[in-house]
Design a protein around this ligand. Structure first.
Ligand code: 13P
Length: 255
């Protein structure tokens, strides 16, 4: 059976009390139901501890949206992997396009973070994807190739079981305009081939998520694509009814 991960990236949204209320309604919504996909929430750092307490005893995973690659030190304002690990985080999103754009994170930094996350035993969700301009200039595959080659360099193939990739075309993030299913399948198929080229055949087990304006309305057409193994969901994950309906869709696709 296809493995699937439905992941939420709450970005810089929700105070601690709002985060707790949202996970409580997600838990309520899936209570007594058989849920086939894995579910992951990535709240802001300030909410992780409180959310972890509410999630105790449930099957929902939680993680962080970013980390520093050093385990400690004089780096004001940053959060280290051991800090997140102690809170029970299982996943850490790395190289989101908003971090690449607003905080100038490049592929080399993404690689440092990815390797540090893997070494700590946690799962990096490594985000890649082209900008609108890059797509219009027919450079999508070149960009994905560079992001994979550098972002995943010096990673031992045995880590393949511990890596998640999220394909998030920048032009589809937060715009309400998702990529078309054909564009998504084409990109995912290319990404899978590149992962195998860079990391060897063990990379065929790597989960590749799609992110960018996923909603309850388009979830089915995206999640049923052959090489899509789930979604990384921003805006639509902030409303419990919409998010629950996406989980329902994932359940149907996996049935
Ligand atoms: P939206 O779902 O709001 O487009 O955001 C996608 C995203 O960036 C998830 O990481």
């Amino acid at each position: 059976m296809k493995k699937m991960l439905i992941a939420c990236n709450w970005k810089m949204n929700l105070t601690t009390s709002e985060s707790v209320a949202l996970v409580q309604s997600i838990i309520e919504g899936i209570k007594n139901k058989k849920i086939s996909p894995d579910i992951l929430v990535c709240p802001p750092f300030t909410s992780i501890d409180a959310v972890s307490k509410v999630l105790k005893g449930t099957k929902i995973f939680y993680g962080a949206q970013n980390c520093h690659f050093e385990s400690k030190g004089a780096v004001t304002g940053e959060i280290s992997i051991p800090m997140l690990k102690e809170l029970g985080c299982r996943y850490i999103i790395i190289g989101h396009s908003e971090r690449r754009t607003y905080f100038f994170e490049n592929d080399e930094l993404v690689n440092k973070k990815a390797r540090a996350v893997l070494a700590s035993g946690l799962i990096p969700i490594i985000c890649i994807g082209e900008s609108l301009r890059e797509r219009e200039e027919n450079r999508t595959f070149d960009v994905l190739k560079r992001q994979i080659e550098i972002g995943l360099s010096r990673i031992e193939p045995e880590y393949c079981v511990q890596i998640v990739i999220a394909y998030e075309p920048v032009w589809a993030i937060g715009t309400g305009v998702s990529a078309e299913p054909e564009q998504i399948q084409e990109a995912h198929s290319y990404i899978k081939k590149e992962l195998i080229r860079v990391l060897g055949k063990r990379a065929s087990s790597i989960i590749v998520l799609y992110g960018g304006s996923v909603t309850d309305e388009n979830a089915q057409s995206i999640l049923e694509l052959k090489d899509v193994h789930g979604g990384l969901i921003g805006g639509a994950s902030l409303k419990s009814d919409i998010f629950l309906s996406i989980i329902e869709t994932a359940n149907l696709v996996l049935a």
